[in-house]
Design a protein around this ligand. Structure first.
Ligand SMILES: Cc1ncc(COP(=O)(O)O)c(C=O)c1O
Length: 397
């Protein structure tokens, strides 16, 4: 029977990452996957995470299942981190959350809730968006519509076209928004633009589905949550998919949460039962290790402070790489790369053609996605100059 299967094409990002890994040229620069690398090119275990892990291992006496909703400490703490401790929905008991296997699991549970509540809902995705959104949400059976987001010629957000497209949103549709550090373009909404989107969704009676996978890696934990908190205060209902992969460095531990704000405490109970039902059908229980670590970090004042300081260092490193790269590219090419300095988080498009990206890969051992999306956090102070020079060469050709 299995011989009937046809092979699927390789995942666009993982395929290019494998190519980069297989490149044995010593001077190679790998900017493909979205993983934070430190100055030594290592994706580090944060000290706060290491300490929490050690104390967890010493204290852990059982590997029995966690409660279906997840570790209670993690669930309480992640809600506070994302929504802010003083969010009215928390005090009014109009919100619930469930621990999930990473941000992907969180997105999937959120899309199961949308499909169960309104099977005819269209999900509006930004163009471009993270390529996994479509297969992840689409396998639930939901339909998609795209809205304009990034203007490749202007190297920035095209808010006017975004608003125009979103005029097509119907009651009961869901609009996916990147909470911060848009993947792949790094162009985020301003505070007033978030307000305009909140007004539009309220007027359309549409659901906001906010994917927040990079909280803390743009400006800081609070600023990066501005937009989602605004929507969660002003809209009657909101779905949030949060990931601890990047900001805790817990990638492989698969740690995340779906957070749902509802209109009434009664609805909250129903939504939770649906979320638990979806999890049971899909994977039964979330992995525990990462959530137990993140819960411990967040709940301990000492570890929490240490983690925030480490995260801030990571963010400042990314910001410094952005401004160095933007400056060197502008000087070397004579073009304006100022947008690289202003964009947020780990990703930016460099505005190169696929042919130029191919030359960089073949001739210069520089690896990025075909769209010229780079992981800024894959750069080091040493790799900026060779990258800028190589880009200068391909642009001049
Ligand atoms: C935009 C976006 N959303 C969600 C995720 C999910 O991350 P994970 O499932 O690893 O927590 C990612 C990971 O790269 C992402 O870039």
């Amino acid at each position: 029977m299995l011989s009937n299967l046809a092979p699927l094409p390789k995942d666009s990002i993982l395929g290019l990452a494998a190519l980069a890994r297989a490149d044995d040229r010593v001077h190679k620069i790998d900017l493909t996957v979205g993983v934070y690398m430190n100055e030594r090119g290592i994706c580090p275990v944060m000290s706060a995470v290491q300490q929490a892990q050690q104390s967890l291992i010493q204290a852990e006496v059982s590997k029995a299942y966690l409660p279906a909703q997840g570790d209670p400490t993690f669930v309480r703490e992640i809600v506070g981190l994302v929504l802010g401790q003083d969010h009215p929905a928390i005090h009014e008991q109009r919100m619930t959350a469930i621990q999930t296997p990473g941000g992907c699991g969180a997105l999937r549970i959120a899309s199961e809730l949308i499909a169960a509540a309104n099977p005819r809902a269209k999900v509006w995705l930004p163009s471009p968006t993270w390529p996994v959104h479509e297969p992840l949400l689409g396998s639930v059976g939901l339909e998609f519509q795209r809205y304009s987001y990034y203007d490749h010629t202007q190297h920035g957000l095209d808010f006017e076209s975004m608003l125009n497209d979103l005029q097509g949103v119907a009651e009961g549709d869901a609009v996916l928004l990147h909470g911060c550090c848009h993947n792949p373009c790094g162009a985020d909404l301003s505070e007033s633009q978030w307000q305009t989107i909140a007004d539009l969704l309220l007027e359309r009676k549409a659901m906001a589905l906010i994917d927040v996978a990079y909280q803390g890696l743009g400006d800081d934990l609070e600023t990066d949550a501005f937009g989602l908190r605004l929507l969660a205060r002003q809209l009657p209902e909101v779905l949030i998919a949060a990931s601890c992969s990047k900001n805790f460095g817990l990638y492989r531990e698969r740690t995340g949460a779906t957070i749902v704000v509802t209109q009434t405490p009664k609805e909250t109970e129903i939504v939770l039962s649906q979320a638990l039902g979806a999890a049971r059908r899909l994977y039964s229980m979330s992995p525990a290790h990462g959530a137990l670590i993140a819960g411990r970090v967040l709940a301990s004042q000492e570890l929490n402070e240490l983690w925030r300081a480490e995260l801030m260092q990571m963010t400042q490193r990314i910001q410094s790489l952005r401004s160095q790269l933007s400056q060197r590219l502008s000087v070397v090419t004579g073009q304006d790369f100022g947008f690289v300095a202003h964009e947020k988080g780990m990703f930016s498009f460099l505005g190169l053609t696929q042919a130029q990206v191919q030359v960089l890969r073949d001739t210069h051992a520089i690896h990025m996605l075909d769209s010229s999306r780079i992981n800024v956090a894959g750069l080091t102070d040493q790799s900026i100059e060779p990258l800028a020079l190589a880009i200068g060469t391909v642009i001049a050709q």
